[in-house]
Write a protein that binds this ligand. Structure first.
Ligand code: HEM
Length: 317
């Protein structure tokens, strides 16, 4: 609507300018004020009428954002695997992201999260535009609406998921983080194998502890509910379906430049990868549901966590 008004103004203006010019030329005079006024108005109009930023239903934005989101899904699955290592690892992994907030242009988020949000936004907008422009006449039976329907389900899941985990309230956990983001020695520490995001008692004692979000406890509390565990499992199935359908469509796209003779193979590799990723995601609610916290207990600090007795919430073995 706004753009239409400006266009209208611009056309009127140009007409007026042309008439004025003709008039002035006939009289042999020039009218700088009139010309500059008109130019200002036209300039204003041109800003809005330009085509530098156009939003089309071209598939390239969809494919590229899908590839980035796919990569993030793998990173996120690997990060979530830390839940199997215990509260120090999982909360430490969460705090690792927080420590990267300085990359977030002043926002309370890091660059990966911001880039994921932008990628998701592009993906959703282009998908909606393509559906609006090309598929609204498709019937559910034709399968043409499968991607948009599963996509809308995922958007709903994602909104709920972010409110539960990313913005959800948590208990504070006193973590002993490594001095430089990653505890390289933790990779080969046989007592705490792969402890990348925290330091043990020998380093912790007398050191400053940081209060971080206890997302470990949050996850166990949430998945104690069978309903939420099933909701997450169903969402992962929808997410797997969406990925397989999208992958099949993306393989022949020019952005990927895959020779035609490999399309079938590439499609099937994608299906296997998707199935594997989905299994990883399903394992989180399953694990947290089956191994629910005994008596609702979990440690509150890194210090002495080796001596924590899960059954009676005490710190002595
Ligand atoms: C099914 C099991 C899943 C679990 C247990 C899980 C767990 C988590 C947790 C704990 C966080 C918060 C991290 C923090 O605040 O430090 C988070 C954030 C997030 N999750 Fe998930 N997630 C799951 C599935 C998914 C799926 C299927 C997607 C995508 C389709 C996804 C996308 C995200 C995004 C975009 C964020 C925000 C960015 C971030 O903080 O990493 N999650 N998830």
């Amino acid at each position: 609507m706004n753009i239409f008004l400006v266009e209208h103004l611009k056309t009127d203006d140009l007409k007026r300018l042309e008439e004025k010019k003709k008039d002035n030329r006939a009289k042999g005079i020039s009218d700088p004020f009139e010309v500059s006024k008109t130019n200002t108005l036209s300039l204003f109009g041109y800003h809005f009428g330009q085509t530098n930023f156009i939003f089309t239903n071209d598939r390239s934005g969809l494919t590229r954002s899908a590839m980035w989101l796919f990569l993030f899904i793998i990173i996120h699955a690997i990060g979530n695997l830390h839940v199997f290592l215990g509260p120090n690892d999982f909360n430490g992994y969460g705090y690792f992201y927080v420590r990267l907030y300085w990359t977030g242009f002043g926002l309370p988020a890091n660059i990966v999260e911001i880039y994921v949000a932008l990628g998701a936004l592009l993906h959703i907008l282009v998908a909606l535009k393509r559906t609006w422009d090309m598929k609204l006449t498709a019937t559910p039976k034709s399968g043409g609406l499968n991607l948009i329907v599963s996509g809308i389900c995922l958007l709903t899941f994602m909104t709920i998921h972010l409110f539960q985990f990313r913005f959800g309230e948590t208990r504070a956990y006193k973590l002993c983080p490594p001095p430089y983001l990653i505890n390289v020695q933790g990779i080969i520490d046989m007592n705490h194998f792969l402890s990348l995001f925290w330091m043990d008692d020998s380093y912790c004692k007398g050191k400053q502890m940081f209060e971080v979000r206890d997302i470990y406890r949050l996850e166990f509390e949430l998945f104690e509910s069978l309903g939420w565990s099933l909701f997450y499992t169903a969402s992962v199935v929808i997410f797997g379906t969406h990925m397989c359908l999208g992958w099949k469509k993306a393989i022949p796209s020019p952005q990927l430049d895959i020779p035609k003779r490999y399309h079938n193979k590439a499609t099937h590799i994608g299906y296997i990868m998707t199935a594997f990723i989905c299994l990883l995601y399903v394992s989180f609610p399953f694990y947290a549901h089956v191994f629910a916290l005994k008596n609702g207990c979990s440690p509150t600090t890194t210090l002495g966590s080796d001596n924590f007795v899960w059954k009676n919430c005490s710190y002595t073995k």
